[in-house]
Design a protein around this ligand. Sequence first.
Ligand SMILES: [Zn+2]
Length: 452
Amino acid sequence: MKTQDEAIKYLNSLVGKGWDWDGYYGWQCFDLANFYWYYVTGRTLAGMGAADIPYQNNFTGYATLYKNTPSFLALPGDLVVFPNTYGGGWGHVAVVKSATLNQITVVEQNWLGYGAVKKEVATVRTHSYDTGMHFIRPHYAKSTSVVKKVTSVVKPKTTVTKKKFVLVAGHGYNDPGAVGNGTNERDFIRKNIIDNVAKYLRSAGHTVTLYDKKQDMYQDTAYGYNRGDTKNYGLYWVKNKLKPDAVIEFHLDSAGASASGGHVIKNAYAADSIDKGIQKALEDTVGTIRGITTRNDLLNVNVAYNQNINYRLVELGFITSKKDMDYIKKNLQAFTKRIAEGIHGKPIGGTPAGKSKKIRWDWKGRFTPNTKIKVRKSPGLKGVIVDKGSWLKDKSDWVDFVSVTKKDGYWWIKFKYPTNPKAGYFYCAVCKITDKNEKIKNEKYWGKIKWK
Ligand SMILES: [Zn+2]
């Protein structure tokens, strides 16, 4: 992914020339969009016509699709897709260069219809918003000055994007929500769920704010909504004051005693990685009663839709189910951790073995042994040992190596036999790991290393 600055710079560089991505029909609007999208995201856009773009591409994980609303503000670098009321039924696509709440200024091709005959180059033009528009916003890379430092350090790279989450416990004030199994939604979630989920998210590096437990976000939002105040109450306030990347509101369902399992409730925007992550977490723990469900009859869900707030309501299970409640109580830490991992997008605390811990470095040198050393077909004590005649024995058996690997308490080098390079790469240990910082250059080798 490119940074937003890089994206805009590239976009500006397209103006004044004609762009043909696929070699068909000259300089179409879609061609320009593909050049831009490929540069910024490394991906191409699918669709017969521009109007298909929002429906025939999965943007999960690298871009966010927004349906236009009266309060939507496009940002420079957004892809804007015009519906099929444009372009003779094919729709139209352009890239936003700048925008206000009333109009967008874009870079586009073939607005006037002269692209196919290569008479209309990429042009800057201003349009009004249209209710049928979609906007697609790349998840840009952070600016390069931040990224630069990481690459020079021999450590696992931090690829986690730190986010700002707001967690909300459902119900509040005089509304206890659903009641069952000796507790109610309001109290149980406040006491057991949100602090724990917050704890795990924070341990993964995110910023987490809890909506005030003494309040009820639903009633607060309704208060603002009824007064026409879309700034100062409930979810409106969350958006304006906390500016979160995502809001997660927790509830417990209620029905007959046999109903069991949780699910995620969303507005009409496509489910994103957070929705899917939480749904999967529920599947893996308390179980689910249904898939991610779109609803338009819940106040906070609708306000989130109108205000472009990344929001979902999570039913953690049924408060009326003894099975669900026993499960959650008995596994509270594992359960809330798993929910946090669903939000975070990967396991929290402890990297999965061998996955991201670096054990190999591409350091080169010449190793000259001073003792007999076994040679293996792969690094580590489990590597198959080659025929005794091919082991290293003394200083006449020097080898040039191309990498070093830390494994099973030894440092291993990867080399070819200078006398038989065609046989490919082999491995041998050059020392035991004794240095407390486990740095190979602090060790005593079974011979001599000359680093290159
Ligand atoms: Zn509820």
